[in-house]
Design a protein around this ligand. Structure first.
Ligand code: AMP
Ligand code: MG
Length: 353
């Protein structure tokens, strides 16, 4: 059984011996392994059931430490890192030969990040190799923001979890690809892309299309059509009109009892989970549910009573986990379409495909 502890020397020893260790970062918990050791990386792919075509991000403690693992660092990368690192920003750069092809799924590039969590930084400073650290969850599922989330999904497959408390940001890093002629936003994340554009007076290209599994290589799973998915079906809505339509349809068709072919939920009592951004659902909908759902329960999770996007982001994955655990169907209200709301909505959209 996995050990949950706070010993950096113990975590370092497991890593030096080629084993994956879950580590806290300010974004989500990562499943870390020596980025230069293909055998250790294979254990990460295996534990996560992650397809080998999905490349891993490399974590290092400083800009100086990143240099040897890249072919060159463009001036714009320095500008970005000076402003936002350590923090939730990943830059895709051309990699050096020190990083194996397995890490980058055969791509000539790799994603690099300097995490801000003090425990992650202490660990990175205690070892002499970079850490590949994708989120410490099963591939495609909801990301972990506490050590116990990691235990839930990976407790049987990894030896050690370094506990650093709940993640402060709660959403994955923003990913910008700097390996081509223009900076390209690959994934919305912990630093809103519009803030980066405003701060640095630049514009980021945004790929227009998404990719479906398993058709070939995706440049970033942030662009995969389905990702961050709860184990029960999820549907998103924008406003009360859409909510009304969805609730009436669910009541009519009893959709909440639909089994998900991938997960055994048939023994669960049908129950509707509602993710709300700021407020409870209007009384009229609750009344409608109570009058017509014949005892099926309705569970609401509110992300931020004060409507604060940072608080909402921090609570987001934990709320989704609670809803998927207790319900057979999830109706999720979209966050406001700006700032961190864009990253939340991106996860909601991909989680509901
Ligand atoms: P995860 O930590 O599981 O959220 O995944 C990290 C993200 O970084 C994934 O979406 C990766 O595909 C992305 N990534 C890592 N390396 C590259 C790369 N060389 N090019 C594009 N995206 C990358
Ligand atoms: Mg992930």
């Amino acid at each position: 059984m996995v050990i949950v502890g706070n010993s950096i020397p113990q975590a370092a020893t497991w890593l030096q011996n080629g084993f994956p260790v879950a580590i806290p970062t300010e974004t989500v918990y990562g499943l870390a392994a020596n980025a230069c050791d293909p055998d250790a990386l294979l254990k990460v792919f295996a534990a996560k059931k992650r397809p080998l075509f999905d490349p891993l991000i490399v974590h290092l403690p400083s800009l100086n430490a990143i240099v040897p693992y890249t072919q060159e660092i463009p001036p714009f990368a320095y500008a970005l890192w000076e402003r936002y690192s350590p923090g939730p920003l990943t830059l895709v750069l051309r990699k050096s030969k020190l990083l194996p092809d397995l890490l980058s799924s055969g791509l000539p590039t790799a994603g690099f990040r300097i995490p801000a969590h003090p425990i992650a930084l202490d660990l990175l400073n205690a070892i002499d190799f970079p850490l590949a650290a994708p989120s410490a969850n099963l591939f495609g599922r909801v990301s972990p923001t506490t050590a116990s989330h990691v235990v839930d999904q990976l407790g049987d497959t990894i030896p050690y979890i370094l506990d650093g408390g709940p993640c402060l940001i709660g959403l994955e890093s923003t990913i910008i690809d700097l390996s081509g002629p223009y900076p390209v936003l690959l994934r919305e994340g912990g630093i809103p892309s519009h803030q980066i554009e405003d701060d640095l007076k630049i514009s980021l290209q945004r790929p227009q299309h998404t990719f479906r599994l398993p058709e070939g290589f995706a440049p970033s799973p942030g662009t995969l059509e389905s990702h961050y998915a709860p184990i029960v079906p999820m549907e998103c809505y924008h406003n009360n009109e859409e909510l009304s339509t969805a609730i009436r349809r669910i009541l009519l068709k009893k959709e909440i009892g639909w089994p998900n072919p991938e997960v055994e939920i048939s023994e669960r009592t049908p129950s509707l989970g509602m993710l709300r951004f700021q407020s409870d659902i209007p009384k009229t909908f609750r009344q409608l549910w109570e009058d017509s759902a014949r005892g099926a329960s309705l569970n609401v999770e509110i992300l931020s009573q004060s409507g604060d996007l940072k608080e909402a982001a921090r609570n987001f994955f934990a709320a989704l986990r609670k809803l998927e655990r207790d319900n057979t169907y999830i109706l999720a209200e979209k966050a406001p379409d700006h700032g961190l709301g864009l990253a939340i909505n991106d996860r909601l959209q991909r989680g509901s495909k």
